[in-house]
Write a protein that binds this ligand. Structure first.
Ligand code: PLP
Length: 417
């Protein structure tokens, strides 16, 4: 049996997989067992921040694995303290406290628990305590029961009801709808400043400012899901600042790029005072939340190595410049199959004109194009039916970008003439 056959035989069929089987990577490049080379503009879905086989990251993992892989949270973990300090002081530059998880969905579950405590603290133990969170159409917040309830895409919820109650979905960038969706039970608004899985849709600066104003007026928490857009990819360590620098969220979730491929997630909670005159983070006090693996010495050493490389080499600035190059090149083609380029930095989505593709019956244009690009040696994943994402490692070179865009253009021309 080959890999595809073994996966089909032994692994749950939850993923629709492309016929690409990488066994080795270096920087932006991947190779399969037959030596076929790919430019990786997928980066493990915006995860391999430093590309593949990065020296600083693999050395940090090897060194820490030799010293201490795991230690539970009953004890003082030096690497966890250092990573939290870096996230607070260097990445956010906003005071608060961090909790470590293992994935994006888990981090978002933490935000939901924070919101529930916040709603409860305001109304006491009354039955009508505030617990409702507003999220946005096309959002994606993960696959746990909390994550699918928060996600406003019906495909992730199908057949899993009864869902966790207390979520309302509102259209993105529509302040009027949002204002009218806020009710007596609302306690928080949660959003991705740049929606990733939903197709690279950006919240506008005006909308973000409006959300912040509504949160202040109605005493709601402003929760940002930066699992995909956070920590440098969009051109800023705080993803929202690449859209609206003045925003001050109450809590932020991360995963993906934080570990550069090593599984680690986290969320941060502000120290701002609540109406009860207590720091917000105190709502998640001793015993309120936990994780066996979250914040292990190994995960934290890996994440710390990633953040040091990103910050010390100013990779967010590189992401901005490279993003501008990609956008200018693709827009300059004025190709009939492309509607627009959306995104910031190296979190980019190329909108496709579905009618321009002669895709097989039932295959969305994005998947058809992603498959053809992979055949030509470029990995660029779909996001929804009519968007293909370009999100290489932040360490990608100018030459690799030109090579990738050459493949992209050539493939488009072949598919749509
Ligand atoms: C914005 C966002 N939130 C949450 C998640 C879930 O993260 P994970 O797959 O690590 O649970 C994702 C994953 O794509 C995401 O893009």
């Amino acid at each position: 049996m080959n890999t595809a056959e073994k996966l089909a035989r032994y692994v749950l069929p939850t993923y629709s997989r492309f016929s690409v089987s990488p066994v080795r990577g270096e920087g932006t490049l991947l190779w399969d067992a037959d030596g076929k080379r790919y430019l990786d503009f997928c980066s493990g879905l915006a995860t391999c921040t430093l590309g593949h086989g990065d020296n600083a990251l693999s050395r940090a993992i090897a060194r820490q694995a030799g010293d201490l892989i795991h230690c539970c949270n009953l004890y003082q973990i030096d690497k966890q303290a250092e990573l939290a300090e870096c996230l607070v002081e260097e990445c956010l530059e906003l005071q608060g406290r961090v909790f470590f998880s293992n994935s994006g969905a888990e981090s978002n579950d933490g935000l939901v628990k924070l919101a529930r405590r916040f709603g409860r603290a305001r109304t006491g133990d009354k039955a009508e305590s505030r617990h409702e969170i507003i999220t946005f159409h096309q959002s994606f917040h993960g696959r746990t029961l909390g994550g699918i309830a928060a996600t406003a895409q019906s495909k992730v919820k199908e057949g899993f009801d009864p869902l966790l109650p207390g979520f309302h979905h509102s259209p993105l960038n529509d302040l009027e709808s949002l204002a009218s969706a806020i009710g007596p039970a609302t306690c928080a608004i949660m959003l991705e400043p740049i929606q990733g899985e939903g197709g690279i849709h950006l919240a506008t600066p005006e909308f973000l400012r409006g959300v912040q104003d509504l949160c202040e007026q109605k005493d709601l928490l402003l929760l940002l899901d930066e699992v995909q857009c956070g920590l440098g990819r969009t051109g800023n360590m705080a993803g929202w600042r690449s859209i609206e620098p003045s925003l001050t969220p109450d809590a932020v979730s991360w995963a993906k790029g934080l570990g550069g491929g090593f599984p680690v997630g986290a969320f941060w909670v502000s120290d701002r005072l609540t109406s009860q005159n207590k720091p917000l983070f105190e709502l998640l006090g001793t015993g309120s939340h936990g994780s066996t693996f979250g914040g292990s010495p190994l995960a934290c050493a890996a994440a710390q190595a990633v953040l040091r490389e990103v910050i010390d080499n100013d990779l967010p600035q590189r992401a901005t410049l490279h993003g501008q190059t990609i956008r200018a090149t693709v827009e300059g083609w004025q190709h009939q199959a492309i509607t627009e380029v959306r995104g910031k930095g190296l979190l980019l989505g190329v909108g496709l004109q579905a009618a321009a593709f002669d895709a097989p019956e039932g295959t969305p244009a994005s998947i058809h194009l992603s498959k053809e690009l992979a055949k030509s040696g470029l990995l660029a994943p779909p996001a929804g039916p009519d968007t293909v994402r370009l999100m290489p490692p932040l360490t990608v070179s100018e030459e690799e970008i030109h090579e990738a865009l050459g493949i992209f253009r050539h493939t488009l021309d072949q598919l749509c003439n």
